[in-house]
Design a protein around this ligand. Structure first.
Ligand code: N2P
Length: 426
């Protein structure tokens, strides 16, 4: 079974109508009765005695309190979650925390790096009988062939989240995200990119038709230059709150992870995110990054056995379905799918680029080039916003004169809000 549940053979951009049609088609629930039973602990929840505690470092909005409660009820082990929002921060977080984490969740390339620098322990396979539930064919990867250090669990892709009411035309290329744009009133279009060096530089590298894993200093620097030329357009470097930015119209276009675009479409009352049915996703034609976030036990962990019990619990298909229904991201557990909400199952969270593998890129560990990626990323983030000369944009107004960095005047005859390419991109 592959991770892909492609809902559309015709294109990568979903309209609400396609979404509803797909949801109405549904998925056969065959096999539900064969899933392992999971007791209903809801009555026990408040009377369970805590027998231990683990500290887990996970991405925001991945695992709900209800799932922690279920694990507590079943095992007596309390899970205390800690949130991180970028792979870039992980090694430091592991090194600096006085009370060690028992479980962390790096993306696969970062997990491989953490292993190489000696920050991870091996899993005890005997403690993970539910590894049999994992889609081993697809997710038994070259970065850790026997899942000794890493258990891939949640996967997704990058794409362009956009607001169909505020952007004319479909963003079919990454250039359409990065490009200089105007809304009909002549004001700039708000854009956010992920606050993550490898994902964002990697995406620009894909756009430049280079490998997102390149070790070439020149290529990485070129990607940085593209972003720096576009700094004026980037109103947010943001990974955690992309759903909110899209849903409340703070940005019109966002480089986003699939599940977060789903969250913007569906809303999330817990996080005060309104459902915004104008939000869509596009997987650009140059391709996108498929990520796999993996569980790993840090070298300093003090409760390895309990952490492994938690991973084993999460690999139960019923729990994995709970995780997807909450996180809006796919898990590596295929038997969870009959229990996943159809709207989620048929939405962006489960699709890859319709053109298939040639457009799906994965990030590899590039430990020898890591300093270069981090140096260029630091330059991008600290660069002052650049004023792109609007004269180079067809139909755009002339800039004010006499200032070094003139503010964009509001045109009397506004140009159309089309998705214009940045001049530097051709
Ligand atoms: C967090 C999404 C993280 C996806 N909401 C990439 N690891």
């Amino acid at each position: 079974m592959t991770p892909s549940q492609k809902p559309s053979a015709t294109g990568s951009v979903w309209t609400r109508r396609q979404w509803l049609a797909a949801a109405a088609t549904g998925l056969a629930a065959a096999g539900c009765d064969k899933l392992p039973k999971l007791a209903d602990f809801s009555l026990l929840r408040h009377t369970m005695k805590v027998k231990g505690e683990i500290h887990v470092l996970i991405w925001d909005n991945y695992i709900s309190q209800a799932i922690f409660d279920g694990f507590l009820a079943e095992t007596g082990i309390k899970v205390t979650p800690h949130i991180f929002s970028s792979n870039d921060a992980l090694a430091d977080l592991l090194r600096k925390r006085a009370a060690p984490y028992d479980l962390v969740m790096p993306s696969s390339f970062e997990g491989a790096r953490l292993r190489e620098v000696g920050l991870l322990k091996t899993f005890k396979a005997a403690d993970l009988p539910n590894l049999a539930e994992m889609d081993g064919l697809t997710f038994n990867p070259k970065f850790d062939p026997k899942n000794q250090y890493l258990v891939p669990y949640i996967w997704g892709a990058t794409g362009i989240g956009y607001n169909a009411r505020r952007v004319n035309g479909l963003p079919k290329s990454w250039a359409d995200l990065f490009a200089y744009q105007l809304r009909p009133d002549g004001t700039n279009v708000g854009v956010s990119v992920l606050d993550d060096a490898r994902f964002t530089l990697g995406t620009v590298l894909i756009y430049l038709k280079k490998s997102p894993n390149t070790a070439s200093v020149a290529d990485i620097e070129q990607a940085g230059e593209v972003l720096m030329k576009l700094r004026k357009n980037i109103t947010y470097f943001e990974s955690d709150n992309v759903a909110k930015l899209l849903a409340d119209n703070s940005v019109d276009l966002a480089m986003a992870w699939t599940g977060d675009v789903t969250r913007a479409m569906m809303g999330d009352r817990d996080d005060n995110i309104p459902a915004n049915r104008a939000v869509r996703i596009s997987l650009p034609r140059e391709g996108a990054i498929i990520f796999r976030d993996c569980f790993a036990v840090p070298q300093a962990a003090e409760n390895q056995e309990e952490a492994e019990m938690f991973v084993n619990y999460l690999l139960n298909p019923k729990v994995a379905a709970q995780v997807t229904n909450y996180s809006l991201y796919a898990t590596t557990v295929p038997r969870s799918r009959p229990l996943v909400d159809r709207f989620v199952l048929n939405g962006p969270s489960f699709f890859e680029h319709p053109e298939g593998a040639k457009n799906n890129f994965t990030l590899d560990d590039v430990i020898a080039s890591d300093d270069v990626y981090q140096r260029v990323w630091a330059q991008v983030k600290s660069a002052p916003p650049v004023q792109i000369d609007p004269l180079t944009i067809p139909g755009a107004p002339a800039p004010a004169t006499g200032t070094a960095n003139p503010a964009m005047p509001v045109p009397t005859n506004p140009p159309p809000s089309v998705l214009l390419r940045a001049p530097s991109m051709g």
